[in-house]
Ligand binder design. Structure first.
Ligand code: AMP
Ligand code: MG
Length: 487
């Protein structure tokens, strides 16, 4: 266990120099205080969780203090936003403070979001509000607990600094951890500004730091691209399987590591709805829940375009062709597990689509359905769940198909089935209304609810005594919350 002043820095990205990032100091927020910290994320830096309560913790992550070895930098990138190319993006309000390596030899980027203006702020104030910082914190740690790859969040620091959005709010900072903050948009920036040497420097850096095994392949860039395709196919399969809607899948929000990155107006589905749009400024539904699958491929194509100086178009095209089959295989595998199936049959996809259509028509709660399906034997579970469906006859038909499907797997020990299914079907999900209740309390200075919710979501598969209210369907007011896109 380390104290805060014992972190070891090795700032590899900063050493790439000024073509890739700009030195900027954090701008402190007034009266910084701890809102919430994640002991699990602190462990990634070997930090003693008790240090979160010390004043110096809030000072460091509120921009007042800095380690002598930190080298705060704003990274430059560009990207496709809602399908159109934006040539100039970059860290407009976040800073890469440095890279810390832990006792296990892993490097972690320390990225402070809401740290003030940078050369990439455009018209923005460089700040993040408490509301969006809490949402990013909760989502990162909740996704991680669901085994979905994501950036992590160390803490949220609140303040007295006023910030104007639709109304006056308070500034906050969230400390984000990731093995890399390189986005698809990094490669696009050097491609579209026609700087092949720097693009190669970036590519070689990413290869050496994050895909060293690809260096042994005959075409390292192609091997790396293939892995980026594989990782993103798997990531999006997990989002779809668990009902996570990202909301702003612009290429500047896509990680080369295939981890969930940059949280905006995201949402987990309450009722199943394939057409769900969580981002209210997304009029066309470009980033609707079911569109996440083709958009994943669209984004990978944008990255492929930027990699044409290194990889032949035929090879890129062929590799992109892997995305959909990989996605489908991962998705079906996950959904079979969610259904409690341990073998594969040709008609499983049909059985699943049949169920989702029924859920869609009846507005059935996506997460709770699967959880309850594992509670009891298939017959009993179906008998209990049928009341949630408007088309009861339709659901009964599905129930018979499902029960027969389970029976074909042979003798079922219900105890084991329940255990197996509960291990993949969470009881607790970060529902928007739960986040909103925690935010409302935090905005009036009470952080207990954020901390409690974080603790519950850190263990989503285990029943937690006394926490029953976190596992309920949302109340009517909580189903259609408009989450502001300004953050
Ligand atoms: P996002 O939509 O959060 O992914 O951000 C898109 C771009 O806008 C990135 O370059 C951000 O750094 C920048 N940005 C977002 N909010 C602000 C802000 N309040 N101040 C400065 N830049 C911002
Ligand atoms: Mg972004």
């Amino acid at each position: 266990m380390k104290a805060l002043d014992e972190l070891t820095f090795d700032n590899r990205f900063a050493r790439l120099g000024d073509a890739f990032s700009t030195h900027v100091l954090p701008e402190p927020i007034a009266a910084p205080r701890l809102v919430v910290a994640s002991p699990a994320a602190m462990a990634l830096l070997d930090l003693d969780p008790a240090v979160a309560e010390t004043p110096v913790f809030a000072e460091l992550f509120g921009g007042h203090k800095l380690w002598a070895e930190a080298e705060p930098r704003a990274m430059v990138y560009s990207g496709h936003q809602f399908g159109s190319y934006n040539p100039q993006l970059g860290d407009g309000r976040g800073l890469l403070l440095g890279e810390v390596y832990n006792e296990a030899g892993e490097h972690w980027d320390l990225h402070l979001k809401g740290a003030g203006q940078t050369p990439y702020s455009r018209m923005g104030d460089g700040r993040a509000v408490l509301r969006s910082s809490i949402r990013e914190f909760l989502a990162s740690e909740a996704l991680h607990a669901l085994n979905i790859p994501t950036t992590r969040a160390l803490c949220v620091i609140g303040s007295d600094t006023p910030v104007w959005r639709e109304k006056q709010e308070r500034a906050a900072m969230v400390l984000r951890l990731a093995p890399s903050h390189v986005r698809f948009g990094h490669f696009e920036f050097f491609y579209y500004t026609k700087r092949p040497e720097q693009q190669k420097e970036l590519g070689d850096h990413v290869l050496a730091m994050h895909f060293p095994h690809c260096l042994e392949q005959p075409e390292p860039y192609l091997a790396m691209f293939r892995e980026i395709v594989e990782r993103n196919a798997e990531l999006i399969a997990k989002w779809q399987a668990y009902g996570f809607c990202h909301g702003v899948m612009n290429t500047d929000n896509m990680s080369i590591l295939g981890i969930t990155f940059d949280f905006g107006p995201f949402a987990f589905l309450d009722d199943f709805d394939a057409h769900f749009i969580c981002n209210h400024s997304d009029d066309q539904g470009r980033y609707s829940f079911s569109n996440q699958v083709p958009i994943g491929q669209w984004n990978l194509s944008a990255l492929a375009q930027a990699l044409t100086p290194f990889i032949s178009v035929e090879a890129l095209r062929e590799t992109l062709g892997l995305y959909l089959p990989l996605f489908q295989a991962h998705y079906l595998d996950l959904m079979r597990r969610r259904l409690g199936l341990t073998t594969a049959e040709d008609d499983d996809q049909k059985l699943l689509e049949h169920l989702l259509q029924l859920m869609q028509n009846s507005g059935v709660d996506y997460s709770l359905f699967f959880r309850r399906l594992g509670d009891e034997s298939p017959e009993l579970a179906i008998a209990r769940l049928r009341d949630d469906f408007v088309d009861i006859k339709g659901f009964d038909t599905w129930g018979e198909l499902y029960t027969a499907r389970v029976a074909r797997e042979g003798e079922v020990d219900q105890q084991q089935r329940r255990k197996r299914m509960h291990a993949v079907n969470p009881l607790y999900i970060l529902r928007n209304y739960l986040a909103q209740k925690a935010i409302d309390a935090a905005e009036s200075g009470d952080y207990a609810e954020v901390r409690r919710l974080h603790a519950v979501l850190s263990n989503p598969f285990e029943e937690q005594p006394g926490m029953e209210s976190y596992a309920e369907r949302p109340p009517e007011w909580g189903k259609h919350l408009e989450i502001s896109c300004s953050s």
